[in-house]
Design a protein around this ligand. Structure first.
Ligand code: DQQ
Length: 478
């Protein structure tokens, strides 16, 4: 295994204009999935898939950061590293954290010498969770159920019912579709296979494909209902699906299904309960620029802002930004709507770290935001709500004059009643855009404008606007 002193970066990442300033990123190099999220002794812990040796995927370790307010983070040393010759010799892949009273237990995927991917345990009892002891029982499950033909077996969600622990493992059953396989245990160490928690259908195409395999399962009970989130794999296509429905005998029978965030960059989210009983979620926002550019930049990948999950009475998963995000607001502009130019330009606003809250009166016409936008409109990212079609769209196809960057047009159906006023909330942070509609659904993407004057804001259908608030957002990184 390579030494961590080899942890270098070709360019100090802070010099990269596309590096977010108020979204979490590692000090340098590659990150992917959030892992082991937990609120432990008053501190939020964000572990994450991390390559300390470069800005492309590989050498998977667990990076570690802590926060007391969910938005300002302090980097701590790497929490888990592969152990030569051990069951995680070739990587510490994704997993979750369990509060087990006097200690925290991580259930993660160890990638062994021969490449087997199996559940492993590490525990810690110190306040800041900096010292981890790997179990000498690793791996704690010897392999996928022998009578199932699985396409992979990795990533874990653990919950407890009465005195019994349950573990759901991400998988896919050949010829069927994605699956989460449930095991039970009295002590978190000895596990007995039960059956699938849920199985998808790889032939399903509507309302979207749920794929051939499900990674990063996340199972929870909130608002008196049960929900499952999976990162679905489909020959390279990636979707993050939620499903809710009846849960009985460790089996979820989904009756509602949707995308957690329809954007092309969002993947492998994980959620957890904080001390106040809120279900909070972070997701990974992948880069949408070339490998060469990521290597040159010296970093890759960022986390979403913290989001809160609910399941509404109709069984729909609701995603809202956590209120703590407001702590990052600095200067506030309550825009006088009469000053907005006929072409929708909002005067006096320019920046790449903004929160925009635009509320539109109910109407029949498309309403939206163009943010960020260069002065001549050569680079613009469009966000709009179409009441007739009932869709929310995020269009980054015109976001960059760099021909290497190909944006995406993401159109997502709005599953809830949208007859009343519509609030579009957009968080722009250099190469990150996260959009919320009525603080109920989210779409995010990455964008890489190269014009120095790219940070303008314009309104689509300003005549329909009821109010417009814009805040400059503070940096959380030095
Ligand atoms: N990333 C991890 C896996 C997971 C995948 C490895 C999803 O555990 O299945 O870095 O991004």
């Amino acid at each position: 295994m390579r030494e961590l002193s080899a942890m270098t970066t070709p360019n100090p990442p802070i010099l990269d204009r596309h590096r977010p300033r108020y979204h979490f990123t590692a000090p340098a190099n590659w990150i992917n999935d959030p892992n082991g999220l937990i609120h432990w002794r008053g501190t939020y812990h964000l572990f994450y898939q991390y390559n300390p040796f470069g800005s492309l995927w590989g050498n998977m370790h667990w990076g570690h950061a802590i926060s007391t307010d969910l938005v300002h983070w302090r980097h701590l040393p790497i929490a888990l590293a592969p152990a030569p010759g051990g069951p995680d010799a070739n990587g510490c892949f994704s997993g979750c954290a369990v509060d087990n009273g006097d200690h925290v237990l991580l259930m993660y995927t160890g990638v062994g010498v021969e490449g087997a991917q199996l559940p492993c345990i590490a525990t810690s009892s110190d306040d800041l969770l900096q010292t981890w002891t790997k179990s000498d029982r690793n791996p704690v499950i010897a392999g996928p159920p022998p009578d199932l033909e699985t396409i992979f077996f990795r990533d874990h969600t653990v919950w407890q019912e009465d005195d019994t622990w349950y573990q759901g493992n991400g998988s896919g059953i050949v010829g069927k579709g994605g699956a989460v396989l449930v095991y039970r245990s009295a002590d978190l160490l000895s596990w007995e296979y039960m059956h699938p928690l849920a199985v998808g259908d790889e032939r399903q195409t509507e309302p979207f494909r749920t794929g051939t395999g499900w990674e990063c399962p996340d199972f929870f009970a909130i608002d008196g209902k049960h929900g499952l989130i999976v990162a679905s794999h489909d020959n390279g296509g990636l979707n993050v699906a939620w499903m809710t429905g009846r849960y009985e005998d460790s089996t979820l029978s989904p009756s509602r299904l949707g995308l957690v965030d329809a954007g092309p960059s969002f993947y492998a989210p994980q959620s957890f309960f904080d001390a106040n009983g809120r279900r909070l979620m972070f997701g990974w926002l992948r880069e949408r620029r070339s490998d060469d550019e990521q290597v040159h930049a010296g970093w890759s990948g960022t986390m979403t802002l913290p989001r809160i999950l609910h399941i509404d009475p109709d069984g729909l998963l609701i995603t809202a930004p956590a209120p703590e995000t407001a702590a990052l607001r600095t200067s506030h502009h309550n825009i006088d709507l009469s000053t907005i130019a006929p072409d929708g330009t909002v005067p006096g606003i320019h920046g790449m770290a903004l929160e925009i809250e635009a509320t539109f009166l109910p109407g029949t016409e498309i309403a939206g935001l163009i943010v960020p936008r260069s002065v001549d409109g050569q680079e613009e990212t469009r966000i709009f709500f179409d009441p007739a079609a009932g869709t929310l769209t995020l269009d980054t196809t015109g976001s960059s004059a760099n021909p290497e960057v190909v944006g995406t047009l993401t159109e997502a159906p709005v599953a809830f009643n949208h007859d009343g006023p519509i609030t579009l909330r957009a968080y722009l942070d250099h190469s990150v855009i996260e959009v919320f509609l009525n603080d109920r659904m989210a779409i995010s993407d990455r964008l890489y404008p190269v014009n120095d004057d790219a940070g303008g804001v314009a309104i689509v259908n300003a005549s329909q606007l009821q109010s417009l608030h814009i805040w400059t957002m503070a940096a959380i990184l030095p």
